[in-house]
Design a binder for this molecule. Structure first.
Ligand code: AMP
Ligand code: ZN
Length: 450
């Protein structure tokens, strides 16, 4: 499995550092609002990544943090006049419901920043003890970027000629305004009731230190893989590397991967520009989670993707074609023509998550399944869906019931409609004798192989 590493800017083989397990850290949501589908482009990309890792027989330990204290959450909670934890809980709950709707597999750990303040303070203390961080006049603690020679390696920028020497208290700034960045922010009146005691007085962690502390706590000082949207690359990920490596003296992360933005009319979809749709907006308009997932994962993750409703319409049609073909598919050993499409699919996903080519292989399978009027290709669809997570198998499973069993089921349904319970029980026994189990529910009979 090859992936493009943002750090080396090359395709590289992804092989676990230890235990056949990929240790993956994914920057999670800032829970101050409902996540928009731009955010979900990042989370679906990471979901496909984790599925392809498992598809290749590796194990995974994924950590996704919840940023529940930062400039934005504090501002939101104080404006609403509610406690920070109450304010963020609404959006945490909504986030997990949204993940389900998009068929995103859960991560192994979801650490919340507010549960890890001691770990963050300890990491800042290490940096202060090493002389890399210092406390400024206002009480905040800053990372001295001149003390970390590797600074700028991820963003591929030589900062020596650009460094302004300014300090940045805000979490976000651009490459032209690099300066010492905040590790611990001294309390100020706009923080209201939010704050923790520390060796540097009352305050709160900066956003960047949150991820360094939580990733190393759960994945160790050196781990395999770290991802996020491309906007996270600088300064957030650059600062994560600086904080971690300056503290431990060890390499932090082997491979970095970043997805391109979801855009609207050529601009990044974002809360601040106001050009966003939340997942809820689209579900309310009648689109389904799998249609939205299909649109988000259909483009290559490193290519720009422009959001348009016509793409959702196309997704609906495409998925209907897949459903119709899957309905004709039966279990059993796949024929050569189907295995070839699976081989193409495997090649595509292992080439830096080449989902456009993977979908092409899926549709070639759909086309040939239709041309053959069906065939034992159900397992091929299932194998592809381990990565894609968009195929509906309910009807195929029903369709896989053999004709003689179906006849008995129909006779049994008629007997039950006539309240002939003795005949119904006799037919259940007959079906069981042929290796199938029938169950009754409000919606009628369901039948599975025993
Ligand atoms: P945030 O909640 O702003 O910290 O963002 C959470 C994740 O969504 C990060 O990995 C961001 O890089 C990513 N993200 C934000 N906006 C977009 C977008 N328009 N397209 C793709 N990813 C995005
Ligand atoms: Zn992060």
């Amino acid at each position: 499995m090859q992936v493009f590493n943002s750090l080396t800017r090359r395709n590289e083989e992804l092989t676990p550092l230890a235990d056949n397990t990929i240790r993956l850290y994914t920057c999670g949501p800032t829970v101050y609002n409902f996540a928009h589908i731009g955010n979900f482009r990042a989370y679906t990309f990471e979901d496909v990544l984790r599925r392809v890792i498992k598809f290749n027989g590796m194990k995974i330990k994924q950590v996704m943090n919840l940023t529940d204290v930062d400039d934005k959450t504090i501002k939101g909670a104080n404006a609403a006049g509610v406690a920070l934890t109450d304010y963020t809980k609404t959006y945490k709950d909504a986030f997990f419901a949204d993940l389900k709707a998009l068929n995103i597999e859960p991560a192994e750990v979801y650490p919340a920043a507010t549960d890890h303040i001691p770990e963050m303070i300890a990491l800042v203390q290490t940096l202060v003890d090493k002389g890399i961080a210092y406390q400024s006049e206002d009480g905040s603690v800053y990372f001295n970027v001149r003390k970390f020679p590797g600074y700028g390696r991820l963003a591929h920028i030589d900062f020596d000629n650009q460094r302004t020497g300014a300090r940045c208290r805000g979490d976000e700034y651009d490459k032209e305004n690099v300066g010492d960045f905040a590790l611990w922010k001294a309390w100020e009146p706009s923080d209201g009731p939010v704050g923790w005691d520390s060796p540097w007085g009352r305050g709160r962690p900066g956003w960047h230190i949150e991820c360094s502390a939580m990733s190393m706590k759960y994945l160790g000082p050196t781990f395999d893989l770290h991802t996020g949207g491309i906007d996270n690359l600088f300064p957030h990920h650059e600062n994560e590397i600086a904080q971690a490596e300056a503290a431990t003296g060890q390499p932090f992360v082997k491979t970095w991967m970043h997805c391109a933005h979801l855009r609207v009319n050529g601009e990044k979809m974002s809360k601040s520009l106001g050009n966003f749709y939340t997942l809820r907006d689209l579900l309310d308009k009648g689109w389904t989670g799998r249609e939205i997932r299909y649109v988000l994962i259909n483009a290559h993750y490193r290519s720009g993707l422009n959001f348009a409703f016509s793409a959702l319409e196309d997704a609906r049609k495409a998925l209907a074609r897949v459903d119709a073909a899957v309905e004709k598919a039966t279990p059993g050993a796949a024929p050569d023509w189907a295995r070839e499409h699976l081989d193409d699919f495997i090649k595509a996903v292992n080439d830096d998550l080449g989902l456009p080519n993977a979908f092409a292989a899926l549709f070639a399978l759909v086309r040939d399944t239709n041309a053959h009027g069906g065939g034992p290709v159900l397992d091929v669809f299932k194998r592809m869906d381990e990565v894609l997570g968009v195929i509906f198998f309910g009807r195929a499973e029903k369709a896989a019931i053999p004709a003689d069993i179906q006849q008995l089921l129909d006779a049994r349904a008629a007997a039950r409609a006539a309240k002939n319970w003795a005949e119904s029980d006799r037919l259940r026994g007959e079906i069981a004798a042929r290796g199938w189990t029938v169950k009754d529910s409000r919606d009628g009979q369901t039948c599975t192989k025993a």
